[in-house]
Design a protein around this ligand. Structure first.
Ligand code: FES
Length: 130
């Protein structure tokens, strides 16, 4: 444990103190080749830490599902609904968002889906002429 303590309290501060980091951006132009070489391990380590940190955050965001149908009749290889045109009545709303619990009819679930995703889907409304 003492070696870690010495590394953190003595060696690392000495190493950082001796790095040829100029006080201004234009000072980098005045660095010699050996100065640049002594910066390589430091820049490489910082770059690696930034990369690993960004990767850790990136992997936490799940990929959106490529599926349109997330839960309707998943046991079927294809969802097909047949409706007799004589049974339509004066007005009927069919779901196009695939989120309705009464699929193929719309139950308004598209509103929540649109709020959560920024989507703009809505039902297909079939209406008889008056
Ligand atoms: S619930 Fe799907 S379009 Fe309304």
């Amino acid at each position: 444990m003492e070696s870690v303590s010495t590394l953190v309290k003595v060696s690392l501060p000495n190493y950082l103190r001796n790095l040829p980091i100029p006080n201004s951006i234009s000072g980098f132009a005045k660095l010699s080749g050996s100065d640049w070489l002594s910066l390589v391990p430091f820049v490489g380590t910082v770059s690696l830490l930034v990369y690993v940190t960004l990767q850790a955050f990136r992997q936490k965001s799940p990929k959106p599902s490529p599926l349109v149908n997330l839960k309707v009749q998943k046991e079927s290889s294809k969802v097909v609904n047949m409706v007799d045109i004589e049974d339509l009545g004066d007005k009927v709303c069919y779901c196009r968002c695939w989120r309705s619990k009464k699929f193929p009819l719309c139950d308004g679930s598209h509103t929540k889906h649109n709020e959560e995703t920024g989507d703009n889907v809505g039902p297909l409304v079939l209406k008889r002429k008056a």
